[in-house]
Design a protein around this ligand. Structure first.
Ligand code: OSB
Ligand code: MG
Length: 377
């Protein structure tokens, strides 16, 4: 369902942007690299009635997508924020159309839209979950486990997360670290809900290796091929029994419609940051739900800001598979919100407070800030 009740508009005084560097509890390794620190941009909408908070999910380098910290910082300050500040009043629904003339850069667009949404909903006294159409008060929590030094270390890591109560395990794979790693987890833990994520590390030449994964009865394989390989993904999907899920390729509701029409995917990972915001994410949810295609909520190592918003999104009825909506403690010793997401009986609660429903820990925010810029109208 489209947004049932739009939010009121707000008068923006400006934005404050910060680059944060938050240490990770343990290194996070994917097929595209290892991160020890999460570099992220926090975006604060400034208004007379109260501020709003958003997060831009770019990483330090253009490895997951072409977007990265400095590209987002530059385009936000040079083009996106000035376009928003030109308007007397901005409603959350106005943000994407106002920014549409600027090609791409969906991650900073999403961060700015979330900041406006948070401010508008706080002013109205509504929660983001209520606004988006959440139908649950908690969501099942899956965990994304990075590549480890060897399969034994992977089994140790997965065992720890299962002991904590995570209801679904996703492991990262890459060529040469797929069948062995997946088999080790299946041998150790049997029939657990298990899926794999390749982050674009394969080509169609690897189809024989990928067919070997079919015997593990995985929930899905996420993004085996490159972002723009929609046709190759369709070819691969016809060869595999394992359902193909797309992450990087789904940059908009149009991309999702194209992928479904081509048969490139039978499951979609929805990340609001990657698709330009929570409103576009809801449109993808609605499209997939109408087509009977399951979706789940992905993650980008969000701080407490994006983590709270993701929990609200994942509570929509079409999110029928557990998402990468884990506890803050999966990644961080210290978060930048006063009540970081926790795991309770394998679930994360959907915040009910106004806006994103969490408050900023100003001391932690300052501690992790490495750059800061304020723009006023
Ligand atoms: O591909 O889903 C991915 C983290 C950073 C970039 C890309 C991905 C991921 C994850 C972690 O898998 C998901 C999470 O935030 O828990
Ligand atoms: Mg992924």
């Amino acid at each position: 369902m489209p947004i049932a009740r739009p939010a009121a508009s707000i008068a923006l005084d400006g934005f404050e942007l910060r680059v944060l560097q938050i240490p990770l509890l343990s290194p996070f390794t994917t097929s595209f690299g290892t991160e020890h620190v999460r570099e992220v941009i926090v975006m604060r909408a400034l208004t007379a009635d109260g501020d709003g908070w958003g997060e831009c999910v770019t990483g330090a380098a253009p490895l997951y997508s072409s977007e990265y910290t400095q590209s987002s910082w530059d385009v936000a300050l040079r083009y996106l924020i000035p376009a928003l500040l030109k308007r007397e009043q901005v409603a959350p629904e106005d943000v994407a159309p106002a920014l549409a003339p600027f090609v791409g850069h969906r991650m900073p667009k999403a961060g700015l839209e979330l900041a406006v949404l948070d401010s508008a909903l706080r002013t109205e006294g509504r929660s983001l979950g209520d606004y988006l159409g959440a139908e649950r008060d908690r969501v099942p929590s899956g965990v994304s486990v990075g590549l480890q030094s060897d399969p034994a270390a992977l089994v140790d890591a997965v065992g720890g997360y299962l002991d904590e109560g995570y209801v679904r395990i996703k492991i990262k794979i890459k060529p040469g670290r797929d069948v062995g790693d997946t088999g080790a987890v299946r041998d150790a833990f049997g029939d657990i809900p298990l899926q794999v994520d390749a982050n674009s590390a394969y080509t169609l030449d690897d189809v024989v290796a990928l067919e070997q994964l079919d015997r593990f009865e995985l929930l899905l394989i996420e993004q085996p091929l490159q972002e723009d390989d929609l046709v190759d993904h369709a070819t691969l999907a016809r060869r595999l029994r394992t359902p193909v899920c797309l992450d990087e390729s789904i940059v908009s509701v149009k991309a999702a419609a194209d992928a479904l029409a081509l048969g490139s995917a039978s499951v979609i990972n929805v990340k609001a940051g990657r698709v330009g915001g929570y409103l576009e994410a809801v449109r993808i949810h609605d499209l997939a739900r109408g087509a009977g295609v399951p979706v789940w909520c992905g993650g980008m190592l969000e701080t407490g800001i994006g983590r709270a918003a993701n929990a609200a999104l994942a509570a929509l009825p079409g999110f029928t598979l557990p998402g990468d909506v884990s506890a803050s403690s999966r990644f961080y010793a210290r978060d930048i919100v006063t009540e970081p997401a926790v795991l309770e009986d394998g679930h994360v609660r959907v915040p009910t407070g106004h806006g994103i429903g969490v408050e900023i820990d100003a001391v932690a925010l300052d501690e992790f800030t490495v750059a800061r810029e304020t723009v006023r109208r």
